[in-house]
Design a binder for this molecule. Structure first.
Ligand SMILES: [Zn+2]
Length: 219
């Protein structure tokens, strides 16, 4: 029986992990598994296969609590019935893990943002059919209404919207009482970030503006 290529790739990847990173970090895994985790950072990023927070921040196991969803969206706090997976993870990170910082990381060529922008061009009938994706990226509507003047020098609407999405997620984070309380107490910081895939460059929101993070001279 032939093994499907995808399965072979998974097995090969795992075997390389065992022979490589795992071998080097065996004791760390043992320690984390025995003593538990205490990550300092929660990163909220997109599910996009090109944007891995662990890779971008060169993080080791146990270092980052990572929450990934379509378009790195933080919904507004809605203490209603339903399955609020993103909100649950934020609550767990802040209330249980006591992370010191939440980084919302947007990225270039985001399919979720593109889906939102495409929905603006459709007539209401076309958007009427329920889709989990359509419903989810609708949260970006508030971001769209809050395009920042400071982002207007960006040539593409897609890039402006990606920035606006990060800003909106930071605003929405503060709608969670446990986030607001921790921020006000000086126990939690919030940071906006953006990863440009093509050039592998990282930007942080500094004083309200996206600014490139310096890379070492070795790069
Ligand atoms: Zn994305």
């Amino acid at each position: 029986m032939t093994i499907p290529k995808w399965k072979q790739n998974l097995v090969t990847g795992y075997q390389n992990f065992r022979a490589g990173n795992y071998g080097r970090q065996k004791e760390l895994y043992e320690q984390l598994g025995t003593e538990g985790q205490s990550p300092e950072v929660l990163v909220i990023s997109c599910v996009d296969s090109r944007v891995s927070p662990s890779a971008v921040f060169n993080a080791h196991p146990g270092e980052m609590f990572i929450l990934r969803n379509v378009a790195n969206i933080v919904p507004p706090c809605e203490p209603s019935a339903g399955y609020h997976g993103t909100s649950a993870a934020i609550e767990f990170a802040v209330s249980n893990m006591k992370v010191s910082v939440i980084v919302v990381m947007g990225h270039e060529s985001c399919g979720g943002v593109a889906a939102f922008l495409a929905s603006l061009d459709k007539n209401p009938d076309e958007n009427a059919e329920h889709s989990f994706l359509g419903n989810w990226v609708e949260i970006l509507d508030a971001a769209y209404k809050n395009f920042m003047a400071s982002d207007a020098n960006e040539v593409s609407q897609q890039r402006q919207m990606e920035y606006a999405g990060v800003r909106q997620s930071l605003i929405n984070l503060m709608s969670f009482p446990f986030v607001e309380k921790a921020v006000m107490a000086g126990e939690l910081s919030l940071l906006g970030a953006y990863f440009s895939i093509i050039e592998g460059r990282l930007l942080f929101v500094e004083n309200g503006v996206f600014e490139e993070v310096e890379i070492s001279s070795a790069d």
